[in-house]
Design a protein. Structure first.
Ligand SMILES: [Fe+2]
Ligand SMILES: [Fe+2]
Length: 273
């Protein structure tokens, strides 16, 4: 299996790929390709697909980690190039999302309406795990969350006349059953990395040999980071290729504790499993 980081906040040195605050991965298994997330703008996704010599026509399916614009903003541009593609996500993808700072309220969810999304793609919205290709699964909803979530205090949803914290029920990841073991590919991991790891063990019966993507650990305190490091040590530790929203403090703590198990994963990174 081959995984390419197509869009990230950072880009490999000397790469011709473009960067933006967003995330997208290209997953190739047995000659078929899945796009996981679409970055924020569409322009970066399309440019980077061309740079890695991948025609939109060659992609078999798209999966979305959650509704936030930095993962779904390129979707409409992509679906115009590749209409009627099977699209895998959690049903809560369609719920409106907002970011509120004092009285400044911004919509940060999916920019497509439900009817336009249904006209552009073949929707597979399910809270249970879904098999996209042989060996390429969505995690399904990470329902049990005893550990802290990857939460931003600004993220919210409408609640009657008021607002409530975003429950992030749509937050899912992908699990790749590769010859090198399970590979966990996260979007923002708003469900929390520890909760996601426990869900993967319960659902797939094994722990990941590698973890990729955004881990949203910016708000994690020292106790949380210590528990995460301890858990990762017990799991091997797996190879960690965290990027996007992981956060510098968490990155440094993980790098200091887990040393050679940490690798960078900017746009342009190509991995074989
Ligand atoms: Fe994100
Ligand atoms: Fe997010």
């Amino acid at each position: 299996m081959k995984v390419t980081c197509l869009v990230d906040n950072a880009v490999q040195t000397r790469s011709t790929l473009w960067g933006e605050h967003g995330l997208a991965f290209l997953i190739e298994a047995e000659g078929r390709r899945v796009l996981f997330d679409t970055g924020a703008s569409g322009a970066v996704l399309v440019h980077n697909l061309l740079e890695v010599k991948t025609l939109p026509d060659s992609i078999t399916a798209v999966a979305l980690s959650h509704a936030h614009y930095d993962h779904t903003g390129g979707l409409s541009v992509f679906l115009e190039l590749r209409p009627r593609l099977p699209l895998y996500a959690h049903p809560d993808l369609l719920r409106e999302r907002f970011s509120r700072r004092e009285e400044d309220t911004r919509s940060v969810g999916l920019r497509l309406t439900e009817p336009s999304l249904r006209s552009l793609a073949d929707l597979h919205l399910n809270a249970a795990p879904q098999e996209i290709l042989p060996g390429v699964w969505t995690t399904g909803e990470i329902a049990e969350r005893p550990e802290p979530e990857g939460r931003s205090p600004h993220h919210c949803v409408r609640d009657g006349e008021g607002w409530a914290p975003d429950p992030y029920r749509d937050d899912i990841a992908l699990v790749l059953d590769s010859p090198a073991g399970l590979v966990l590919v996260c979007g923002c991991c708003h469900a929390g990395l520890l909760n996601t790891l426990a869900h993967v063990q319960r659902t797939f019966g094994r722990d990941p040999a590698a973890i990729l993507g955004g881990a949203h650990l910016g708000a994690a305190d020292q106790a949380h980071l210590r528990r995460l490091i301890e858990t990762l040590r017990l799991l091997g530790p797996p190879a960690l290729l965290l990027n996007h929203c992981t956060g510098l403090t968490a990155h440094l703590a993980l790098a200091f504790a887990l040393d050679e198990h940490i690798q960078p994963c900017p746009a342009g990174t190509v991995l074989e499993f």
